[in-house]
Design a binder for this molecule. Structure first.
Ligand SMILES: [Zn+2]
Length: 365
């Protein structure tokens, strides 16, 4: 913010980006914090008179938050029967020492499908890197090393948009006009994505019918040039008027973005809290059940900043086992491309893998 007013062409509040791909993401640490708060809220609603250590110790706000006692805030209870403190961990033991890492771990939430305006209505773009998150290995779209491009044809393959059929020879994605290529196995990709979600969520069919596949490099480019940048003004709560020099801008994922993240749950049987067996949960499935208590809250209260503007609300579409790995080829030259489903990667010792994906609902309600 300059002294004489807002500067043009600069965004003050930027989204966190993946350092390698430059595609925006939600850090797993942010997700874990939001999940913890909402699980504590859910537990508080079902157990409003909860006691711990012989005194009233409501799950919310005490087992939510950062956990260091301060004023009226008691901090994390750190009890082996507390679903919040065992699933999400706590910062300290009873004697102010130790702590517990928690039974659930969260990966970053990555963009899986991203809505882009075209002249024929919105298209949801994806890329091999994004599809790998949900177990789809897509070949023939990306040359891994751009230095390896032998001829101009490789370059053209990278700059194309892949669709299930080509009604037009070109498609404009935002301000980019791209040649259309047909991927014969496109339906396999759409079907795999469809099978990830629960049957009661119907909007995704609309999305999957408008799927478009681009290279990883183009994906990052298109996402970053189609983020919403909004300008807002800070309001002084005392006067209700705009603060002087309080104009700011921020960027956001557009409404309808589909994100994917994984929740890894550990087996409580392998852990002890101050020598005591964890009694709040006893299996990885039970850990996941507690984590899922947050999902209705994500839909209404959202994640991230600008919550009062209705931003960041997520609808969780899928919350089950990890998808199996499948290989799809979009290479134009290969006509006998094989699709070979294989078993999902084995869970690590004492752990279970579960995933959830959701739509980021930017924009006003
Ligand atoms: Zn607790």
């Amino acid at each position: 913010m300059g002294a004489g007013g807002a500067r043009l062409g600069r965004v003050e509040l930027t989204i966190v980006r993946d350092p390698v791909t430059r595609v925006p993401k939600i850090p797993g640490s942010s997700l874990a914090g939001v999940y913890r708060t909402y699980v504590a809220m859910a537990m508080h609603e079902s157990h409003p008179n909860r006691k711990a250590r012989g005194q009233p110790w409501p799950y919310y706000p005490h087992c939510a938050g950062l956990g260091q006692p301060r004023g009226d805030y008691l901090g994390h209870c750190a009890q082996p029967d507390c679903p919040v403190c065992t699933v999400f961990g706590f910062a300290r033991g009873r004697d102010q020492a130790g702590g517990f890492a928690g039974l659930a771990a969260f990966t970053d939430a990555h963009v899986l499908l991203f809505p882009v305006p075209t002249r024929q209505g919105p298209r949801w773009i994806t890329c091999p890197d994004a599809l790998r998150l949900v177990g789809l290995e897509v070949q023939g779209v990306d040359q891994k090393d751009q230095k390896d491009q032998k001829d101009q044809k490789d370059q053209k393959d990278q700059n194309a948009v892949y669709l299930g059929s080509n009604q037009n020879t070109h498609l404009n994605l935002g301000w980019l006009l791209l040649p259309v290529k047909v991927c014969t196995q496109f339906k396999t990709i759409a079907d795999s994505l469809r099978n990830l979600t629960t049957p009661d969520f119907t909007i995704l069919d609309y999305v999957l019918d408008r799927l478009a596949l681009v290279s990883d490099r183009l994906f990052a480019h298109i996402v970053n040039s189609n983020l919403e940048v909004r300008t807002s003004v800070a309001i002084n709560p005392a006067t209700g008027a705009a603060e002087e020099q309080a104009l700011f801008s921020y960027e956001a994922l557009p409404r309808g973005t589909v994100l994917a993240w994984e929740i890894i749950t550990k087996n409580p049987g392998y852990f002890r809290i101050e020598g005591q067996v964890i009694s709040a949960v006893s299996t990885p499935d039970q850990v996941h059940e507690k984590v899922k208590l947050a999902h209705p809250y994500l839909e209404h209260l959202g994640v991230g900043g600008m919550g009062t503007r209705g931003m960041g609300r997520l609808k969780v579409l899928f919350s089950d086992q990890s998808p199996s790995t499948q290989t799809v080829s979009c290479s134009a030259s290969s006509t006998s491309a094989t699709s070979s489903p294989s078993g999902s990667s084995a869970p690590s010792a004492g752990g279970m893998t579960a995933s959830s994906s959701g739509t980021e609902q930017g924009g006003a309600p």
